[in-house]
Design a protein around this ligand. Structure first.
Ligand SMILES: [Fe+2]
Ligand SMILES: [Fe+2]
Length: 164
């Protein structure tokens, strides 16, 4: 926790701590979402994104070392809330088809939160001249965007239709 945020560097550090906590929470949540998914492509999508998410944690650790900041010790309350809501959804009684549509709705909320965080952090890093950190953040951002697009495609191509 900062005594006082004085520079954009301080704010970048705060953003990175938040993302680090968010990603670590997701490493625990994604296997549960994969297990709950009925559609094989959706399940595979969650499993693939779990592997990517483990990389997102590793990239943040790499950035933390390069910038000499420790990222632990903060809890992202927004991600706690998003995951809690997702768990609430998963405990509902629902048909397989509706549960799959609901899992996508929960997962896209998470991806949009991450996209927002990484977009901001990447921009700060660029502005501050931390070009390697910025490149790593942009790489993760692209994977979050790609995941969001894939979820959207699954929902719109057949999953929502099956839930009608
Ligand atoms: Fe991520
Ligand atoms: Fe993600």
């Amino acid at each position: 926790m900062f005594d006082k945020l004085e520079t954009l560097d301080d704010l970048l550090e705060m953003q990175l701590e938040d993302l680090y906590s968010a990603e670590k929470q997701l490493v625990k949540a994604l296997p549960k979402m994969a297990a709950k998914a009925n559609d094989p492509q959706l399940r595979q999508g969650f499993e693939t994104h779990l592997q990517e998410t483990e990389n997102h944690v590793a990239r943040l650790e790499q950035i933390g070392e390069a910038l000499d900041i420790s990222l632990g010790g903060h809890t992202c309350k927004a991600m706690e809330g998003l995951i809690a809501e997702g768990q609430e959804t998963m405990s509902e009684r629902a048909t397989d088809e509706v549960m799959d549509a609901a899992l996508i709705a929960a997962a896209q909320r998470v991806e949009h939160y991450e996209i927002s965080g990484y977009g901001t952090a990447a921009h700060y890093a660029e502005r501050l001249g931390h070009s390697e950190a910025a490149a790593l953040l942009r790489q993760t951002l692209a994977e979050e965007q790609n995941t969001d697009t894939k979820l959207n495609t699954l929902a719109k191509s057949y999953i929502n239709a099956k839930a009608l």
